[in-house]
Design a binder for this molecule. Structure first.
Ligand code: F6P
Length: 343
């Protein structure tokens, strides 16, 4: 019978604990695998041989908890004292046959390299940004969208009271999925995402049009959105439109530009890590649990070098080689659809 090590790596996302529970519970309940070991803090725990027991007791009720009971880090298993030989050694010391690695693009790329070197690994994709191509959705995304939507509903009421333009900056380093979904859900008057080049003039026109219709304009911007350099005369000097040093992200950059150009008082709020904290939504718990269950099955079947994913409503397995290196960006049609609602 197999003994499997589990790790969570990269930025956390609500649902990580549900994946861990899905793996361990399925193994124990079906009798397919009854021995698990948790590596602490991602690949760091693998390289350092830092483990914790993972059994019925440890996983009890954890699907409801945010974060990860294993801890996480952005450590690369090839850095420092790491590498194939060290990982083989730690696996031997712990009597492990395989590793299930739960992580994003970086984690899975490392997992691919290790699998190519003969280490038995199955991957579970994780990104709150929802930007991995080989899966329709990742757990944590739904929770983040709900948190961002709730936040914008709140920004709305205070914006309405003061007649202000409110900007919500949401996560999304490379893609605008959280901005698109939360912006649609909250009824934003402008959604700004990295995939769509948008001029300041266009943003001003959306804000003004909402204001003219008696609304407190609500703008949602993904953190990875940037203005064309042509549009942003202040960026090179690192100053805002009032000549003050720019400290914050894109929301903080946009606020004075909008205020200056429209005369509407404008405030920016960066939601930041609030979007990754707290309990996962029911959808994310179910998705994460199913991915965990499928990862255990993939390991039992010896599907090394594969990750599990969601296609439609089915859980599938995809070779790392086919899954990596492709960002899932917001398609033009999805943006155009949302844009109709800006008014
Ligand atoms: O990739 C997920 C993500 O949440 C991004 O949206 C964000 O830019 C980044 O991680 C934040 O990273 P950290 O938690 O290391 O500050």
């Amino acid at each position: 019978v197999m003994k499997i090590g589990i790790l969570t790596s990269g930025g956390d996302a609500p649902g990580l604990n549900a994946v861990i529970r899905g793996i361990v519970y399925t193994g124990i309940a079906t009798g397919k695998c009854e021995q698990f070991v948790g590596f602490k803090n991602g690949w760091k725990g693998v390289v350092d041989g830092d483990t914790m027991p993972l059994g019925r007791h440890e996983i009890k009720g954890i699907h409801k908890q945010g974060g990860t009971i294993l801890g996480t880090s952005r450590t690369n298993p090839f850095d420092g004292n790491g590498g194939v030989e060290r990982i083989n050694e730690v696996m031997r010391e712990n009597g492990l046959d395989a590793i299930i690695a739960i992580g994003g693009e970086g984690t899975l790329a490392a997992a691919k390299r290790l699998t190519d070197a003969g280490i038995n690994i199955v991957g579970v994709p994780k990104t709150v940004d929802n930007d991995l191509d080989a899966t329709d959705y990742t757990f944590g995304f739904d929770t983040a969208v709900q948190i961002a939507t709730d936040a914008m509903d709140r920004l709305r009421t205070t914006g309405d009271s003061h007649g202000r333009c409110m900007i919500a900056e949401v996560m999304g380093r490379h893609v605008g999925w959280i901005a698109l979904h939360s912006g649609m859900a909250a009824g934003a008057h402008a959604i700004l995402i990295p995939e769509q080049k948008t001029s300041v003039d266009q943003i001003i026109s959306w804000v003004t049009s909402a204001h003219d219709r008696g609304r407190a304009p609500l703008v949602v911007v993904a953190e990875g959105f940037s203005l064309d350099s042509m549009d942003d005369p202040h960026s090179e000097r690192g100053l805002d439109a009032f000549g003050r040093p720019r400290l914050g992200g894109i929301g903080e950059l946009l606020a004075p530009i909008i205020e200056e150009r429209t005369g509407i008082e404008t405030r920016a709020t960066t939601l930041g890590h609030i979007q990754r904290g707290g309990t996962p939504s029911a959808y994310d718990r179910v998705l994460a649990t199913r991915l965990g269950m499928a990862a255990l099955d993939a390991a039992i079947a010896g599907r090394w070098g594969h990750m599990v994913g969601l296609r439609g409503t089915d859980i599938i397995t995809v070779p790392f080689a086919d899954a990596l290196g492709k960002l899932k960006t917001v398609p033009q049609a999805r943006y155009d659809e949302a844009r109709i609602l800006f008014g």
